[in-house]
Design a protein around this ligand. Sequence first.
Ligand code: CMX
Ligand code: CO
Length: 133
Amino acid sequence: MLTDVDHVGIAVADLESAVEHYRNAFGVEPAHRETVEDQGVEEVLFKVGTSYIQLLAATGPDTPVGKFLAKRGEGVHHIGYRVSDIREVLNHLKESGVPLVDQEPRPGSRGTTVAFAHPKGFGGVLVELVQEA
Ligand code: CMX
Ligand code: CO
């Protein structure tokens, strides 16, 4: 059902200084930058092989990443798995009784379609399914 690790999402307090740090540390340039209002994030993607590192800043305190930063500080926020049929995987999780954040897929960045499963269903790890356009 899973075809790749699409990205690792990392919550950061200051997006510009985090981008600068990754640039200096690894010599990488951002492949994509987007604000996803619906998710309350401004994100920058760095390509690593067939996957991405996704740096996430909150657009406000009352957003998933804003609350995460306040409660737990900076760090790994979620893992995104690439799938070829997001509805099939989502239905399989539903049938297996895995708690979901999203009952239905919704638009993500880069024109992708995404859905989140709750961290309590994966040992404290927030899981995102990502279907590319
Ligand atoms: N990973 C692991 N645990 C997390 C978590 C995360 N990212 N975010 C919150 N939690 C935990 C909290 O620590 C807390 O645990 P305890 O009950 O043990 O204290 C519990 O979940 C509830 O925390 P909360 O602050 O009340 O958070 P909410 O229930 O309001 O929201 C969640 C949690 C997962 C439902 C919410 O973050 C969500 O809807 N996430 C999906 C959307 C998202 O994350 N969007 C941003 C990324 C967008 C992108 O990838 O493009
Ligand atoms: Co993500």
